[in-house]
Design a protein around this ligand. Structure first.
Ligand SMILES: Cc1cc2nc3c(=O)[nH]c(=O)nc-3n(C[C@H](O)[C@H](O)[C@H](O)COP(=O)(O)OP(=O)(O)OC[C@H]3O[C@@H](n4cnc5c(N)ncnc54)[C@H](O)[C@@H]3O)c2cc1C
Length: 368
């Protein structure tokens, strides 16, 4: 979807590559963030994006709008009201009971009709399952560029969105521009951007927009709704403490040492990619470029080398403790505390020590 990759610092000749934006696209103004909600639960990535959106809007001197799509009723209005506390200047609402659960057809219509009517220059969505599905469909329908899984969003000297993301297996960063089309679309994974502070604010300007579609127009039917949060899947992205293991642990049996330490610390457990590939750990627990991005207060990595594809997923951790037998392991280049030792021996000792010293009350204090 996106145009060819550009280096992070645009070369002087970049302007030559840029065709003049058509008169039609020059009308596109303002920054929009899609507020993802399912049955009244707003995904926190939406508020993380409001922080980025606010910064971009201020640089461009334009407004920041939240876009809330959902069923008619209180939950959709509450999500819009909350958006003002995270920096929105206004909110667009498309509320219709046909939109109670996400379906690509109805949400794509709601968002593309809004874009065609109010013409934003930048549109940001979370790179969640829902956000990825919706962003691709909206970009395809609008025939514009979409940069997926961005790690940085900036406005360059000629006010274009510079959307940076890893490429070539994470070994390079590229900055992608949507030069000749609008809106400039980007998705960002949960926890990549910092959560802005919530500041209590009154509800501001709200613009309601009709869906213009009825149930009979939609081919997809919802048979059951099973929310992710009710499944026994991990909550790695939002955990305060994460303990992870890598190939240095050597076996599935030894990986249980990671789970035991995580259990005592009240932490989530995760792993590097090869453990998922071996089938030892489920994919939702993989940390890194093709797994989860985490921002815990404490990250303990045992037997993980610290390859760049792993590092990009943990760089936002406040404190990284690495256990590795090789003092030259790359993980020691970015860990805050380096323990050069055998993780298979250290992990049970740590578990035992924490078990003795930590009451559940103390654990809560570590996490706060
Ligand atoms: C496109 C692409 C995407 C990728 N995405 C991801 C991703 O999302 N997440 C990810 O993790 N990887 C990802 N990878 C793989 C990544 O490049 C590395 O191969 C992987 O992270 C290595 O896993 P590891 O550190 O567990 O294993 P290894 O590289 O094998 O490292 C094992 C480490 O354990 C140490 N060790 C050995 N024995 C012990 C012991 N007894 N105690 C302590 N330390 C010990 C070793 O010194 C070594 O540093 C990706 C690769 C590609 C090409």
């Amino acid at each position: 979807m996106s145009q060819p990759a550009k280096p992070a610092t645009p070369p002087a000749g970049r302007a030559n590559a840029k065709k003049e934006l058509s008169e039609h696209f020059k009308q596109y103004k303002h920054v929009w963030v899609f507020v993802e909600q399912e049955r009244g639960h707003v995904h926190p990535v939406s508020w993380e994006l409001m922080g980025s959106g606010r910064r971009l809007a201020d640089k461009l001197g334009v407004e920041l709008a939240a876009v809330v799509i959902g069923p008619a009723g209180e939950a959709t209005r509450a999500a819009a009201a909350e958006a003002f506390c995270y920096g929105a200047d206004l909110a667009y609402i498309v509320a219709d009971d046909v939109l109670t659960d996400y379906r690509n057809e109805s949400y794509t219509k709601a968002l593309t009709d809004l874009v065609n009517t109010y013409k934003p220059e930048i549109l940001l969505l979370g790179a969640t399952t829902l956000g990825r599905d919706l962003a691709g469909a909206v970009a395809t329908t609008l025939l514009t560029g979409l940069t997926a899984d961005c790690t940085e969003l900036e406005v360059d000297s000629d006010n274009s969105l510079a959307a940076t993301r890893p490429t070539f297996g994470g070994s390079l960063l590229c900055t992608i521009y949507t030069l000749n089309f609008r809106p400039q679309m980007a998705t960002v994974r949960p926890r990549v951007m910092e959560m802005p502070e919530r500041v209590e604010k009154p509800v501001g300007r709200i613009i309601e927009f009709p869906l213009g579609m009825v149930e009979a127009d939609i081919v997809t039917k919802i048979l059951a709704f099973v929310p992710d949060r009710d499944k026994a899947t991990s909550n790695l992205a939002y955990a305060d403490i994460v303990v992870a293991g890598g190939m240095g642990l050597n076996s599935l049996e030894n990986f249980q040492l990671v789970r035991q330490l995580a259990g005592v610390l009240g932490a989530e457990y995760g792993c590097s990619r090869p453990l998922v590939q071996k089938g030892w750990v489920s994919a939702d627990r993989q940390i890194g470029q093709t797994g989860k991005t985490i921002r815990p207060k404490l990250y303990i990595a045992a037997g993980i080398s610290g390859a760049i594809q792993h590092r990009v997923g943990v760089d936002g951790a406040d404190l990284i403790v690495a256990i590795n037998t090789d003092k030259n392991a790359p993980i020691f280049d970015f860990a805050h505390l380096a323990l050069v030792t055998d993780a298979i021996r250290l992990l049970p000792a740590l578990t035992e020590a924490f078990r003795k010293r930590l009451s559940p009350h103390t654990r809560d204090r570590i996490a706060s």
